[in-house]
Design a protein. Structure first.
Length: 115
């Protein structure tokens, strides 16, 4: 079992920045796929960014050029740097770790962007 704990959410005005952190209870393996998803009220959960074990980092079109996903293996932590935030970025952000056939989720952290 791997437990994921997100932090760093909050309320900001449009144009501001936030950095989300996702701390894993165990080591993050190089073969793990890490991702950030978000869910706005009334909407389905959507993939925002994904950091694969190999290959190209994925970003949703709506966040390209503004969000950056990164990983610090020494700290067992994954980050999501969010710049130039927009009101439509509002939602609960969830960290996800895929290891083989298993998928783990954090409890989510709220991000609210006001205009």
């Amino acid at each position: 079992q791997v437990q994921l704990v997100e932090s760093g959410g909050g309320s900001v005005q449009a144009g501001g920045s936030l950095r989300l952190s996702c701390a894993a209870s165990r080591s993050i393996f190089s073969t793990d796929v890490m991702g950030w998803h978000r869910q706005a009220p009334g909407n389905e959960r959507e993939l925002v960014a994904r950091l694969p074990s190999g290959g190209t980092t994925y970003y949703a079109d709506s966040v390209k050029g503004r969000f950056t996903i990164s990983r610090d293996r020494a700290k067992n932590t994954v980050y999501l740097q969010m710049n130039s935030l927009k009101p439509e970025d509002t939602g609960v952000y969830y960290c996800n770790l895929v290891r083989g056939v298993r998928s783990y989720w954090g409890q989510g952290t709220q991000v609210t962007v006001s205009s």
